[in-house]
Ligand binder design. Sequence first.
Ligand SMILES: Cc1cc2nc3c(=O)[nH]c(=O)nc-3n(C[C@H](O)[C@H](O)[C@H](O)COP(=O)(O)OP(=O)(O)OC[C@H]3O[C@@H](n4cnc5c(N)ncnc54)[C@H](O)[C@@H]3O)c2cc1C
Ligand SMILES: NC(=O)c1ccc[n+]([C@@H]2O[C@H](COP(=O)([O-])OP(=O)(O)OC[C@H]3O[C@@H](n4cnc5c(N)ncnc54)[C@H](OP(=O)(O)O)[C@@H]3O)[C@@H](O)[C@H]2O)c1
Length: 464
Amino acid sequence: MSADEQRPLRVVVVGSGPAGFYAAGALLGGEVPAEVDMIERLPTPWGLVRLGVAPDHPKLKSVSRAYERIAERPGFRFLGNVEVGRDLHHSDLCRLYDAVIYAVGAQSDKRLGIPGEDLPGSWAATEFVAWYNGHPDFQELEFDLDVERAVVIGNGNVAVDVARMLALTPEELAPTDATDKAIAAIGSSKLKEIVMLGRRGPAQASFTTPELQELGELAGADVLVDPAELDLDEISEAGLAGDTNARRNLEVLREFAGRAPTGKPLKLSLRFLVSPVAIVGDERVEAIEVEGNRLVPDGRGSMRAEPTGERETIPTGLVFRSVGYRGVALPEVPFEEGRGTIRNEGGRVVDEHGEVVPGVYAAGWIKRGPTGVIGTNKKDASETVELLLEDERAGRLERRTDATADAVDTLLAERGAQPVLYEGWSSIDQVERTAGEPHGRPRAKLVTWEELLEAAESERVPTS
Ligand SMILES: Cc1cc2nc3c(=O)[nH]c(=O)nc-3n(C[C@H](O)[C@H](O)[C@H](O)COP(=O)(O)OP(=O)(O)OC[C@H]3O[C@@H](n4cnc5c(N)ncnc54)[C@H](O)[C@@H]3O)c2cc1C
Ligand SMILES: NC(=O)c1ccc[n+]([C@@H]2O[C@H](COP(=O)([O-])OP(=O)(O)OC[C@H]3O[C@@H](n4cnc5c(N)ncnc54)[C@H](OP(=O)(O)O)[C@@H]3O)[C@@H](O)[C@H]2O)c1
């Protein structure tokens, strides 16, 4: 065995969300000695655990403790503030590491493709979520919450998050790590009604029962459901037997439908079987036009929405399109446009002819599409790492002569990049926690690039 073969396998994981950390954890705990550089475009790790999970769900964010433990393992390096596609390219990574794992998540949103989608006042949920969670690229956005009705399109957990966040009272917002600006804007909004629209029926909604249930426990909002919209067609009714989530959702929705409004300042209306067909307004959003749907079998064991032709106009000044996230292609990396994912088989990246691209892998949302909870990414990333280790055992991973930490640092310095190491992030973390503590908040987030980089400054790698 040559000296080169004896050195640890050097792997780069691009992206520091759940998939990236679970991949790093599987590698650093595996039978093959490995070193992992985790490259992240932001100065902060954890992906959507920091910048997606709702601020009023602090327990879910505590999964980051497991990531902190992974970051402490020997052989792990965090290189924040380094973007692949800007500071480093795919070809650089293939030269500087023995293997590359892309875990970059889904950085954009799925479009509705209807007129008026881009009118001022029509927002992607991705934008609102990133704004209230303090993503530094989204802090310039101005959400005009000085309207009476907001419409949230979609029936997934993100739509539920958006509707719930809009409905929180100042008291509910105060102990969260939402940004100060978001707490002030949401807390003083003039909203009287939030309408959530599902294009299919209540039995097909993809939100989960605990999240739905929370909508009925809000201090400032009465939840409203029309019992007539809960009448199921025969196929949907029969489907409930094998779908625990749908069955429990129906139980909760029926309980909501039986409630009388208690006079809370806000109404949260859940509507089903309606699709948006146009967002209308001269200068900005004034209304949304929707069309009724009926359900028909889709031939794949599920039901699809078919328009009835019945239209309705709902006046609103604010629309949030929450119909799914979407992966973005990275230069030089094979991409499947239709699915918005890196082209791969079980995590091994393949080219357009289905040929394996040696040493290149994908994990998480960019591998399988934007669905699944945090834990789903653990199994997903482990599957990818198993394939990587299988390739290593079979001698399919070429040991690169340039695969050293020094070579990476030298190239970053040449490119003028200013990496934030894990110590830099720890310093940001400390500043945020210290600022939050007197107010009973888990943290008060730093939200601009300048603030974040300044807090990390003392720990930044010298690059001269
Ligand atoms: C609004 C929202 C709320 C959610 N709430 C919950 C919840 O409460 N509970 C739950 O279990 N699940 C929740 N989820 C799902 C969960 O967040 C995802 O399953 C998970 O985050 C996906 O992990 P990932 O690592 O694939 O992607 P991400 O978490 O998105 O991480 C990707 C990382 O890659 C980085 N990156 C992207 N491009 C580059 C590049 N070119 N160079 C370097 N770095 C790059 C990004 O900055 C990011 O940090 C939520 C999702 C959303 C959208
Ligand atoms: N608390 C939590 O655990 C939590 C919180 C947030 C997110 N997450 C997870 O993160 C993942 C992403 O969530 P998500 O809500 O973005 O995705 P999702 O669950 O896939 O929901 C997307 C919703 O958009 C609807 N939709 C899609 N295209 C549409 C169109 N053209 N017109 C109208 N409606 C349309 C879908 O309806 P159809 O079903 O008809 O396609 C569906 O209701 C999910 O797995 C979710 O569970 C979890």
